[in-house]
Each structure stands twice: as C-alpha cells, then as structure tokens.
Design a protein around this ligand. Structure first.
Ligand code: COA
Length: 257
C-alpha cells in the first residue's frame, strides 16, 4: 500500500479487553499515569528487581523515585501480561547500545518493547517481531526550542522550524523531537546516534506519520496524542496495526490484588 493510502492511525486510547493478546501484525502502545495512589504504587514497587530499586532510590526527589518505580513496575506488569511470566521474575538486560531487552529464553514467543517516561506519564510500546521505540515529552512553554533545534536537529529542519510562528514552531519542534527520539530508541543506539542524523520526512496527507530519511529497512514513525500538554511518538518497522491502550486504574488495581 502507498504510504499516502494508509488509513489514519488509531487515535483513541481504550481500556484493554480482558485476555488481551498481541498478534504479530499489531503494535500496542500503552499510556499510564505515574502519579499513583499509595496502594498501587506500593504494589508496583514490590515488583522491582534489587537493581531497579537501587536505581529508583538514587533519585533525590521523592516524586522522581516514585515515578521511576511506577514506570518499571508497570513495565513488568505489562511484559508479564504478554508473556505469561511472573512480573517480579522477568529478567531484563541491556543490549550493546543500552536498549533494555528481555533476557532470551524466558518466554516462548519473542517480545520487543520500549519504555519512555516524563513527568506524570509513561508510554510503553510492544510488538512481537518488529523493533519498537517510543518517546514522550511534557511540552513546556519556557523551553528554548530554537536553540535546541539548532544544536540537535539537521540544518534544514532547524530552518523549517524558524519559518513558523511561535506556537506552531514550538508544536512542530516537539513533534520532531519525539519522532526522532522514538526512532533513535527503536534502533537502540542511544547517544551513539545524534538526533540530527535521524531526519524525518512527514507523509503527504498524513501529518502525524513520517519515515526516517535513508533508513535501512521499512521504518515508520507515528505521532501520538498521549494527553493535553504532552507529545509522543512511536517508531517501528513494517506494516503494523497500531492499538492504543490506557492503563487506567481499574485493570491495574484488579491485577495487583
Ligand atoms: C537513552 C535515551 C534513549 C533515553 O531517552 P530519555 O528521553 O532520556 O528517556 P525516555 O523516558 O525517553 O526513555 C528512557 C527509557 O528508555 C529505555 N532505554 C534506555 N536506553 C535505551 C536505548 N539505548 N535505546 C532504547 N531505549 C533505551 C529505558 O527503558 C529507559 O528507562 P529508564 O531510564 O527508566 O531505565 C536518550 O537519552 C538518548 O540516547 N537520546 C539520544 C538522542 C539525543 O541526542 N537527545 C538529545 C535531546 S534533544
């Protein structure tokens, strides 16, 4: 199918059905709030590995400690849901560029995942065989976006942003930022790949979809609307049907009881 012919991507975050499965042709993105009540937070914190708990405790601010714990507890819960593994016992290991992956041999079917968190919100992406990367940023009015674009984006991208009025320019900056970060995270190269090297070409007629320039493979980047004041994006390989799930509070509470 031509990229311009693709149907608009799903844009509504739904409550997941009971017994949710992840078929090979689907990409699941979950959004979850991280400012949790004490009960769910304590239950999620109990799922962390000793190493994750140590990392959480390194944060100076209590809110940062709690939100790190919530994000990693939720990741364990969701990976457990897709693999059938007990969440507290799932083994993660970083690949060479730093991208976390499942330790091989734990689950029958492959599972690719990626996590992003910003203040109060996390996104989690899952696919069976495709590489995935996700990013979320809280949009801030005080961000010196022109300076950041000049420093981190390609000259042509910087120039195109400068041509826009303030509000539009800021929104376009965040869209590019999360799109590029999602792609860099999908590749798993971490800081080895500069953001300026990940140039995006937005698809005609599908403003929220892009393809990285010169990418090896069938890469796509989809912008997401995770909530007011946030920008998000997911990058993946191949033709996948995107489904958006809201972690909400009810399913979590049920699973944690
Ligand atoms: C490592 C990196 C991908 C993390 O991104 P971030 O925006 O700081 O944080 P996010 O919330 O998006 O993602 C963090 C999660 O990504 C995952 N992650 C870590 N390293 C990763 C890698 N190399 N590839 C993919 N995912 C990675 C982890 O789950 C991590 O969670 P944790 O820190 O709680 O363990 C990022 O710092 C990076 O390398 N960026 C390169 C691009 C650049 O130059 N950015 C400048 C900003 S304008």
């Amino acid at each position: 199918m031509e990229e311009t012919d693709r149907p608009p991507a799903e844009s509504t975050w739904r409550q997941p059905p009971a017994g949710l499965t992840l078929p090979q042709n689907e990409l699941h993105v979950w959004r979850a709030r991280l400012d949790l009540a004490a009960g769910p937070l304590a239950a999620l914190t109990r799922l962390l590995s000793p190493e994750e708990a140590t990392r959480a405790n390194r944060f100076y601010q209590q809110r940062d400690r709690e939100q790190f714990a919530a994000a990693h507890g939720l990741l364990r819960l969701l990976v457990g849901r897709y693999t059938g593994l007990p969440p507290a016992q799932i083994g993660f290991a970083a690949a060479s560029g730093g991208k976390p992956r499942l330790v091989p041999g734990q689950s029958g079917r492959p599972l690719h995942f990626n996590l992003a968190h910003t203040r109060d919100l996390a996104l989690f992406a899952f696919a069976r065989e495709a590489e995935v990367g996700v990013d979320v940023e809280r949009r801030r009015d005080d961000l010196p976006w022109r300076k950041l674009a000049e420093r981190f984006f390609a000259p042509a991208e910087y120039a195109s942003l400068l041509a826009l009025p303030e509000e539009e320019g800021s929104a376009a900056f965040f869209a590019l930022w999360v799109g590029k970060e999602a792609y860099v995270k999908a590749l798993g190269e971490g800081l080895r790949m500069p953001l300026r090297a990940a140039q995006l070409r937005w698809s005609a007629g599908q403003q929220a979809q892009a393809r990285p320039e010169g990418a090896a493979g069938d890469w796509r980047v989809q912008l997401l609307a995770p909530g007011a004041g946030y920008s998000g994006a997911v990058a993946y390989t191949g033709e996948l049907h995107l489904r958006l799930w809201d972690a909400g509070e009810l399913p979590l509470a049920l699973e944690l009881n």
